[in-house]
Write a protein that binds this ligand. Structure first.
Ligand code: CAA
Length: 258
């Protein structure tokens, strides 16, 4: 499979997707988003892959949806073409965990793409923002929905309404980012986290992703019931027997279904 706007690679049991439109700070067009979808299809089907990392360049994870591509849109173009829909939620539907490794700008659709990932690791150079208001539009790929869930209403309103950028330290304090690392360690750190995840039982990892995501979509009572049922189901797995036997025998678990 050859790609134009992304680089696709594997590192051990980790699939690596690198956004690669340096001339436009990795601005996201439909073709690029479709390529991410194809790469995820491939990694999802690949039994040797247990987790995925999406990253950009030193300067930009992605500076948003491609402004040039949409500048001339009419309402009909946007609505009839269902713009910012096809494959934009593909990361969420991917059953294997996806880590965003963000350096530099993650703005507009770039911030939104990072937020669809399951774990967000930032370089100390990262800058997050939803500056669409400056363009006379609003966020269209989840910025007004995922950002408040991640950082609360006050900060989400601040970012969406003023278009100011949030640095990595503020993003970590606000809960958008799980870790901040020096820029030159970003990829290593993200790959190491992904490799750790890929070493665990894949069905369990998928159950965790599904359960945590359920917390955003349901009431607490429904979410707790969903979690409990998944928890019960885990006892049907050979990997549960292995994980607990390894603990008792004081050895490292060798999970079969990775
Ligand atoms: N779309 C298309 N091209 C973009 C782009 C974007 N979102 N962001 C940057 N570029 C291009 C620039 O046009 C420029 O190209 P040229 O060299 O051909 O002129 C190149 O990338 C480098 O950018 P700058 O010269 O502007 O670099 P800078 O370091 O001075 O500024 C920046 C960096 C602050 C990120 C600035 O580029 C910027 O503000 N970009 C736009 C950010 C934005 O508004 N994002 C939201 C887009 S809308 C959206 O995403 C909707 C949605 O919810 C899905």
């Amino acid at each position: 499979m050859s790609y134009t706007h992304i680089l696709v690679d594997t590192r051990g049991r980790v699939g690596l997707i690198t956004l690669n439109r340096p001339q436009a700070l990795n601005a996201l067009n439909d073709a690029l988003i479709d390529e991410i979808g194809l790469a995820l299809d491939g990694f999802e089907a690949d039994e040797n892959i247990g987790a995925i990392v999406i990253t950009g360049s030193e300067k930009a994870f992605a500076a948003g949806a491609d402004i040039g591509a949409m500048a001339g849109f009419s309402y009909m173009d946007a609505y009839k073409g269902d713009y910012i829909t096809r494959n934009w939620e593909r990361v969420k539907t991917c059953r294997k965990p996806v880590i965003a490794a963000v350096a530099g700008f993650a703005l507009g659709g770039g911030c939104e793409l990072a937020m669809t990932c399951d774990l967000l690791i930032a370089a100390d150079t990262a800058k997050f923002g939803q500056p669409e208001v400056k363009l006379g539009i609003l966020p269209g790929a989840g910025g007004t929905q995922r950002l408040p869930r991640a950082v609360g209403k006050a900060k989400a309103m601040d970012l969406c309404l003023t278009a100011r950028f949030m640095d990595a330290a503020e993003a970590e304090r606000a809960g958008l980012v799980s870790r901040v690392v020096p820029a030159d360690k970003l990829l290593d750190e993200a790959l190491a986290a992904a490799e750790t995840i890929a070493g665990y039982s894949l069905p369990v990892v998928m159950m965790i992703k599904e359960s945590v995501n359920r917390a955003y979509e349901s009431s607490l009572a429904e979410g707790l019931l969903f979690e409990r049922r998944q928890f019960h189901a885990a006892f049907a797995l050979e990997d549960q027997k292995e994980g607990m036997a390894a603990f008792v025998e004081k050895r490292k678990a060798q999970f079969k279904h990775r």
